[in-house]
Design a protein around this ligand. Structure first.
Ligand code: FES
Length: 136
């Protein structure tokens, strides 16, 4: 069940950089946009680089990996259909509270390998290359 979690002091956020905070098994990327706190998943939709290492300007974060740009208010990538999860924020007594989903499930090795294999199958990544002849 989603719950509001006290995450960071509002005074510790900036509108020019982002910070990474772990909460309930999720990594968050927090910053300010228009003076209000914003929180998105700290994992780029492209290759999972931590978005918190990027620069922020006018509520837009540039991923340090390959420079995809995200609107931190929505998690939507600009000029691409990709997005990252965004989390509702509110301020109380100088603290930023974030609405967090249930803890991320802890996967065993078998479950992780099956999940990776499923993603590779869906994208066709494991069907070509050395040792993986193309499927008919
Ligand atoms: S990892 Fe973010 S743009 Fe490539």
């Amino acid at each position: 069940m989603p719950s509001w979690e006290r995450i960071i002091r509002l005074a510790d956020l900036s509108d020019r950089r982002a910070v990474r905070v772990a909460c309930k098994g999720h990594a968050l990327c927090l910053s300010l946009a228009g003076g209000s706190p914003v929180a998105v998943a700290d994992e780029c939709a492209h290759r999972n680089t931590a978005l918190s290492g990027g620069l922020v300007r006018d509520g837009i974060l540039t991923c340090p990996g390959h420079f995809w740009r995200y609107d931190l208010r929505t998690g939507q990538c600009i000029n691409r259909p990709d997005r990252v999860a965004s989390h509702e924020c509110r301020v109380a007594d100088g603290w930023v509270h974030v609405l967090m989903p249930d803890p991320a499930p802890v996967l065993g090795l078998r479950a992780m390998l099956l999940a990776v294999a499923g993603r590779a199958r869906d994208t066709g990544a494991a069907t070509t290359g050395p040792g993986h002849p193309p499927r008919p």
